[in-house]
Design a protein. Sequence first.
Lengths: 115, 108
Amino acid sequence: DPKIIQKPKYLVAVTGSEKILICEQYLGHNAMYWYRQSAKKPLEFMFSYSYQKLMDNQTASSRFQPQSSKKNHLDLQITALKPDDSATYFCASSLHDRGSQNTLYFGAGTRLSVL
Amino acid sequence: GDQVEQSPSALSLHEGTGSALRCNFTTTMRAVQWFRKNSRGSLINLFYLASGTKENGRLKSAFDSKERYSTLHIRDAQLEDSGTYFCAAGTGGYKVVFGSGTRLLVSP
């Protein structure tokens, strides 16, 4: 059973629309992340959250807004979609603790195509 | 910003042979992780290292924070080892930066 669930797996959107990418983790982790991988580029860090608080934001555009309704949820709302937003968006989590190995675990990703 | 330089970008191996992947860091990293992206696009954890070496089957990884590099050695490569391998490292905060990946193809 996957422990990090991302929904949907595939998503097609029109330019200018708004979409929400869903992520839930059942690993008991306290930190969650969003990464993006565009074609032929490495995974790009976007956000990190710990106990539902924003820790790092490397995304310049305010069109990308994480939403955390519960400790094990970190959704990603994207507004005013552009074709350049087409990418696979990966959610990850870790038990981020001073004494622990902060291993990242990834979901299967949501492949977004903006037409 | 923090950079992770991964090499080679692509690697072809015959079954039974081996090679090494390498990541160099432009700053002192506190830990490194290695992943394999499988054919379904899922990122599979291989190793997490804060120092030293770890071995798991035919894979062995090393991390030297002071010298700013990490390696992943594959020996006796099998067809199912094919995929894209990534290293990722962080300075201790929440941000973890990925290398650009090594696409490995193992052929009979």
